[in-house]
Design a protein around this ligand. Structure first.
Ligand SMILES: [Zn+2]
Length: 226
């Protein structure tokens, strides 16, 4: 990762504004503390993505707090150094061409599962709908090289889940757009909390795999305004 070279300022302003606004979901649903957490989105048709600047406070986040990066994680436009998680996002964009948006949070209930390296079992129909099964755990990885990105890609390739709990760290989500990845991050925390509460009073009941499959197929193909 390098600092912006600022050869051309103010490019991709509309998408940077959009991504800045998407961050308001993270604060509204209380998924982030202080400056932690970030949203990124691939720039359509270019080998670029936009991501929150490092250490930018949410109340101050405008399009200028969102930095444009190439797929190696180098900043190519912006006034802020990109998020310290940029290398992980870049790795995922390089290796998962279907992914156009990513979110990272340390949302508390989901991260409590990550701290135990315990997957969230699929015991809610809403989870079968959104995740198609359990929310998996990825490996322990240190920031600073490709290991977080590699762990995300290895865990989510072939998985229905758009979310992974990286061990001892937090939540990374992927989606066909930035907003879809944000929704996955919100839903991850929601089900992490509900399943946690259920476990305080007993043992949540599993859902038969055939029912999980049918719920997932219905929700992904039929539900909503299409
Ligand atoms: Zn983190």
């Amino acid at each position: 990762m390098s600092l912006p070279t600022l050869t051309e300022r103010g490019t991709h302003r509309e998408q940077r504004e959009h991504v800045a606004r998407l961050h308001s979901y993270l604060t509204r649903y209380e998924l982030v503390t202080w400056t932690s957490g970030n949203v990124s989105e691939r720039v359509p048709g270019e080998d670029l993505f936009v991501i929150k600047g490092s250490g930018v406070e949410y109340d101050d986040l405008t399009w200028e707090g969102v930095t444009v990066c190439d797929l190696d994680g180098n900043a190519v436009d912006g006034v802020k150094a990109p998020s310290s998680d940029t290398d992980a996002h870049a790795y995922v964009y390089r290796h998962m061409p279907e992914v156009n948006g990513q979110v990272h949070t340390h949302s508390p209930y989901a991260t409590a599962w990550a701290a135990r390296a315990e997957e969230i079992p699929c015991v809610l129909t809403a989870m079968a709908d959104e995740f198609g099964g359990p929310i998996p755990v990825g490996p322990f990885a240190l920031i600073g090289d490709d290991s977080i990105g590699r762990g995300i890609v290895e865990t989510l390739t072939g998985s229905r889940s758009p979310a992974v709990l990286m061990q001892n760290h937090g939540v990374f989500t992927i989606g066909p757009s930035g907003k879809a990845a944000v929704k996955a991050a919100v839903m991850t925390e929601d089900v992490a909390r509900t399943v946690h509460l259920s476990r305080q009073l007993g043992r949540p009941l599993p859902i038969d795999q055939a029912d999980v499959d049918s719920l997932y197929a219905r929700y992904q193909n039929v539900y909503g305004q299409r």
